[in-house]
Design a protein around this ligand. Structure first.
Ligand code: KG4
Ligand code: ZN
Length: 376
């Protein structure tokens, strides 16, 4: 039986998606999630066509496109959800990390809407949006291990509660999505590179070219040196090896491209699987967890079907169960931002003496904002 519902409008503009959504969270009598959230609307405008000619996101072009389209998307999100600003409990917007011009646009518009409608405003860390998406889609309970893999991030985090994110490891160089994008560019495939590599890899032989698996088997879980590397990632050496192989084979025909894509994707999967395996052991040990623990994968790269299948197997072997949002909610969207806002409003209500949430009006825009720095 439900006792309280929280409806939030969310805005996202930190990279190359302009997005607005309305989401409703339902609490049970104990103030806990009564079940998955209701996505009342989810408007996403991708800027891929604008950036594709450059093979990557151009910040100035992204910011200009956000400002051109955000007001219309907000209007569409409210219309699709059949609500007005008055019906909402709050307004949330991404406050970082991301391209600062874009972040400022969504954040400023979110604050303005909240002020005009006299509603609380909540500034959201974009990564927290990705981290909490599975609670919106599947009502996954804390604690869980999170593999966050996107264009800008590659991290393993222990999530023990709202605002409780412990970094177990992250990339020492490129993010995994960035590695996919660079590999695709090198093979003259389209942008974004992840889906292109995945598509070409399906036609290729993953064992055609032996590529390095950086840091693999570098684990030393209980003592001494090397322990800090147990959950770290590195992709730049792999990218260089791919370039050297491609240079040697040039000019590339379709067979080369599909075999290179398949070999590259296989190497990435091995690295992600190896490090996630270490993290599953570390997380279980750190929190003395018994029984089945959720392994959550989120971020744009989580849309990759080969990765999902591989993680499913790895999770099973460690007594974990894989939970992944549907692919459309893995890539950037505003439903996850609205949801994180609703979770924060619910969290503030639960905490006696919590700061009045309207203070969030002072939230600054931040280009860099590690999730581990986000507090409850
Ligand atoms: O989360 P996201 O939409 O934006 C960021 O916050 O970065 O992630 C975008 C990244 C891009 O690098 C894109 O190439 C990658 O996710 N990606 C994929 C797939 N779909 C998107 N990578 C591998 N396989 C995919 N199917
Ligand atoms: Zn993202």
């Amino acid at each position: 039986m439900s006792t309280r519902q929280i409806s939030v409008l969310g805005l996202e503009s930190s990279c190359d998606e302009t997005a607005a959504a309305v989401v409703r969270l339902t609490l049970d009598e104990a103030g806990q999630l009564a079940g998955p959230g209701d996505i009342l609307s989810n408007q996403v405008l991708s800027q891929i066509d604008l950036h594709a000619p450059y093979g990557g996101v151009v910040p100035e072009i992204a910011a200009r496109a956000h400002i051109t389209h955000m007001d219309r998307l907000v209007q569409q999100a409210l219309t699709q959800a059949e609500v007005t600003l008055d019906d909402l409990d709050g307004v949330a917007a991404t406050a970082g990390p991301g391209l600062i011009g874009g972040v400022l646009i969504g954040l400023t518009m979110g604050k303005a809407l909240a002020l005009a409608a006299n509603k609380p405003f909540i500034g959201i860390n974009h990564l927290e949006g990705h981290a909490l998406t599975v609670r919106m889609t599947q009502a996954v309970a804390f604690p869980y291990l999170l593999l966050l893999v996107s264009g800008g991030h590659c991290q393993l985090l222990g999530v023990t509660g709202l605002g409780q994110y412990q970094e177990l490891g992250s990339t020492m160089d490129d993010a995994v999505g960035e590695a996919f994008d660079k590999a695709a560019k090198l093979l003259s495939l389209g942008y974004p590179g992840g889906p292109e590599i995945e598509r070409w890899a399906k036609k290729g032989n993953p064992e055609a070219y032996p590529l390095p698996r950086p840091l693999i088997d570098r684990h030393n879980l209980d003592t001494g040196s090397g322990a800090e590397l147990a959950c770290e990632f590195s992709f730049s050496g792999l990218k260089t090896a791919l370039r050297q192989k491609a240079d040697k084979l040039a000019p590339l025909n379709d067979g080369h491209v599909s075999d290179l894509a398949a070999s590259f994707q296989a190497a990435v999967m091995d690295c992600l699987a190896d490090r996630t395996r270490n993290a599953m052991q570390v997380f279980r040990m750190l929190h003395n967890l018994s029984g089945e623990v959720p392994l959550v994968v989120a971020g744009g790269v989580a849309a990759n079907q080969a990765l999902r299948a591989r993680l499913e197997t790895e999770a099973g072997a460690q007594g974990y169960s894989l939970c992944a949002p549907p692919p459309a909610l893995c890539t950037d969207n505003a439903a996850m931002i609205a949801w994180a806002g609703a979770e924060r409003m619910a969290g503030a209500e639960r905490m006696a003496g919590a700061e009045p949430i309207v203070d969030a009006m002072a939230t600054p825009a931040q280009a860099r904002w590690p999730l581990a720095d986000v507090s409850a």
